[in-house]
Design a protein around this ligand. Structure first.
Ligand code: 3IX
Length: 180
């Protein structure tokens, strides 16, 4: 089935914000994180940027592939804001097309290609040298829709309690729930 943008999805050009402050991918309160920033696009698409830091090296002066995969995973996961669906990565297939030096800003774009029941199929590319530069990485993913209970049941108590007593987190989580 064709994906359907939720009527209350953020407008094209709007920053999506973090889904969780401590998230390694997008959290502003996470000192070790990627601090990836995603912006809504048209339809069920978005763009995001991430700048490779010295802490992200695999080989000298080059980004670690796992970090680049994380940036792709986070970008693809952010698409769920536009569907207003909570979903987790089931499968992530990554192509590393060219090396990405430290200091490079990766310009990412992602879109949902299909939805089938709880399964959300999506694809992303990351370019270097600008939004129209050459492709350095790309990924195809399958996300699976889950309920908030997924996190409550499986997350460590300490962080779950902290998240549940943070009004900001409750608000962000509610925004994802079509039927709260
Ligand atoms: C109040 C506190 C709450 C705090 C929450 C905070 C915020 C919430 C808001 C948003 C957060 C959401 C996401 C974060 C966004 C971005 C971050 C990046 C995303 C991630 O980094 S997230 C972490 C990594 N991720 C995992 O930690 C998943 C571990 N995993 C599982 O938890 C289970 O594995 C699960 C749930 C995936 C499925 O389990 P399940 O039992 O629910 O469903 P089931 O197995 O029946 O699969 C149903 C259909 O999907 C097919 N299917 C499943 N897996 C497949 C695979 N791998 N390949 C191909 N097909 C697959 C089946 O074949 C079947 O297909 P069919 O229906 O056609 O038969």
């Amino acid at each position: 089935m064709q994906p359907v943008r939720h009527p209350d999805a953020p407008a094209p050009g709007e920053l999506l914000g973090a889904h969780y402050g401590q998230c390694f991918g997008c959290g502003g309160d996470q000192p070790h994180g990627l601090h990836l920033e995603a912006r809504a696009g048209e339809g069920v698409s978005l763009t995001a940027e991430f700048t490779v830091q010295p802490a992200h090296q695999g080989a000298p002066g080059l980004a670690h592939g796992g970090v680049l995969a994380s940036a792709l995973d986070e970008t693809l996961g952010s698409l769920n804001w536009l569907l207003r669906t909570i979903a987790v990565t089931g499968r992530l297939e990554t192509d590393f097309v060219r090396p990405v030096p430290v200091g490079t800003t990766l310009h990412l774009e992602a879109e949902v290609t299909a939805v089938a029941g709880r399964k959300i199929y999506s694809t992303a590319t990351g370019r270097v040298g600008g939004p129209d530069g050459p492709v350095a990485v790309r990924a195809d993913a399958l996300f699976i829709e889950v309920k908030v209970d997924h996190f409550v049941d499986h997350g460590r108590q300490e962080e779950i309690q902290a998240a549940m007593s943070d009004p900001d987190q409750i608000r962000r989580t509610r925004a994802f729930e079509v039927n709260p």
